[in-house]
Design a protein around this ligand. Structure first.
Ligand code: FES
Length: 95
């Protein structure tokens, strides 16, 4: 099963493939900003992928729209929409 590392919190979570980064964070008591409860609207759940970007499923149309709307960098993803397929390390500006 994939492992998600929350840098620099020194926390990690093994989670089934197909879960989102937000689900992994929630199950690890790691705070992720959000105001739309994961509906892909607010953009507050933006996280930066430090390693394993290729282990995330490509963004769906809704996430691509969000990324463009909120000027995500190429290594940033919406935690509520980014689906985990393998090991990944992420961070935010507020951890
Ligand atoms: S939680 Fe709102 S876009 Fe992800």
């Amino acid at each position: 099963m994939p492992n998600v590392v929350f840098v620099p919190l020194k926390k990690s979570k093994t989670i089934k493939a197909g879960a989102t980064l937000l689900a992994a964070a929630n199950q690890s008591d790691v705070p992720i900003g959000q105001s739309c409860s994961g509906d892909g609207i607010c953009g507050w759940c933006k996280v930066r992928v430090l390693r394993g970007g290729e282990s995330l499923a490509p963004p769906i149309a809704l996430e691509r729209k969000l990324m463009a709307q909120y000027n995500f960098a190429s290594n940033e993803r919406a935690a509520c929409l980014a689906v985990i397929n393998g090991d990944v390390e992420i961070t935010t500006s507020y951890w």
